[in-house]
Design a binder for this molecule. Structure first.
Ligand SMILES: Cc1ncc(C[n+]2csc(CCOP(=O)(O)OP(=O)(O)O)c2C)c(N)n1
Length: 333
């Protein structure tokens, strides 16, 4: 009998390469946003800036399971989704500074990141505004006969908006290749989910329209990734849409202008203990996928990348006044 001399190192659900990729993406999201807060308070950004700290596992878990040719549609909390799709940190930071080198050429700012090159359909200031846009993109992919899948992100608050129900109906009716990804962080600015919603189980609203609905731990990037992979596979196979409710938490206030006084310190601490980046670190160590030294190396590389993005944004020119009407129509370069 042949004896196994070396038992498998781990029974991990992902490879070391995948662990690094997921860790890198979440770290980029986290450190980029920390830098945004610093720059905002230094007066480098204007208007409202909504940070995503704490929710990184949702962006990474879903977007890193997509192909580059797939579509992503976001909300005003859009920086990390944009980074996960591969828009360079320089182009995102420059946009936040209102510079001509930004991904929306300085016309959009924080809530209106956009990149046709990355099939990133944009951030949207109105709650639920991206849902019909994403549904349209999914319809277009089906109509054109491509295999593109659309991932549409929005919050729990958006699920009390009519567009959510109208679009779920159409997507199920036409079996559109789309994932409706709810980032349920329990709060819509200062309105608690249970105070605003008759049935708080959002995932159960999928089956009401004839599409599967799942709830996953949105602080666990592997759980999100697995659920997303299944939904993407179904969508690509022509089996239609999925509603994915990811339970998550934002570590900061609603926007950088919010003093965040409505959520209790105990609640915040409870979720801090479930930090998705720390959870992936623990998992990667337990399964011999990554080492402490690798975490630190990735953090150092990411910090340097973000510093470079800030320098690029600071040194970039602002759009000039004579360009005010440029890009108003789609045929403008
Ligand atoms: C149609 C519309 N109504 C109200 C607002 C004001 N508003 C901005 S964000 C927000 C809360 C949305 O919460 P949620 O959808 O849960 O997303 P989160 O901010 O938690 O990511 C509201 C009411 C808006 N932007 N658009």
């Amino acid at each position: 009998m042949v004896q196994e001399l070396t038992p498998p190192l781990s029974t991990a659900r992902i490879s070391a390469e995948e662990a690094r990729m997921l860790y890198q993406d979440m770290t980029l999201g986290r450190l980029f946003e920390d830098k945004c807060a610093e720059m905002y308070y230094k007066g480098k950004m204007f208007g409202f800036v909504h940070l995503y700290n704490g929710q990184e596992a949702v962006s990474t878990g879903v977007i890193k399971a997509l192909k580059p040719s797939d579509y992503v549609c976001s909300t005003y909390r859009d920086h990390v989704h944009a980074l996960s799709t591969g828009i360079p940190a320089r182009a995102v930071m420059a946009e936040l500074f209102g510079k001509a080198t930004g991904c929306s050429k300085g016309r959009g700012g924080s809530m209106h990141l956009f990149s046709s090159e990355h099939n990133f359909l944009g951030g949207y200031a109105f709650v639920a505004e991206g849902i019909p846009v994403a549904t349209g993109a999914a319809f277009s992919a089906k109509y054109r006969g491509t295999d593109q899948v659309t991932a549409c992100f929005f919050g729990d608050g958006a699920c009390n908006n009519g567009q959510f129900y109208e679009c779920l109906n159409m997507a199920a009716l036409w079996k559109l290749p789309i994932l409706y990804v709810v980032e349920n962080n329990f709060w819509a600015i200062g309105m608690a989910h249970e105070r605003a919603t008759s049935d708080t189980d959002i995932y159960r609203k999928g089956p009401a329209f004839g599409m599967p609905g799942y709830r996953v731990d949105g602080m666990d990037v592997l759980a999100v990734r697995e659920a997303a992979q299944q939904a993407i596979e179904r969508a690509r196979a022509g089996e239609g849409p999925t509603l994915l409710e990811c339970i998550t938490y934002r570590f900061r206030g609603h926007s950088l202008a919010d003093p965040d006084e409505l959520r209790s310190p105990e609640e915040k601490e409870f979720w801090r203990q479930r930090d998705p980046i720390k959870q992936l670190e623990r998992y990667a160590l337990e399964h011999n996928l990554m080492s402490e030294a690798e975490f630190q190396a990735i953090q150092a590389e990411t910090t340097a990348l973000i510093e470079d993005a800030v320098t690029f944004a600071l040194e970039s020119p602002e759009p000039t006044l004579d360009e005010l009407y440029r890009f108003v129509f789609a045929e403008d370069e």
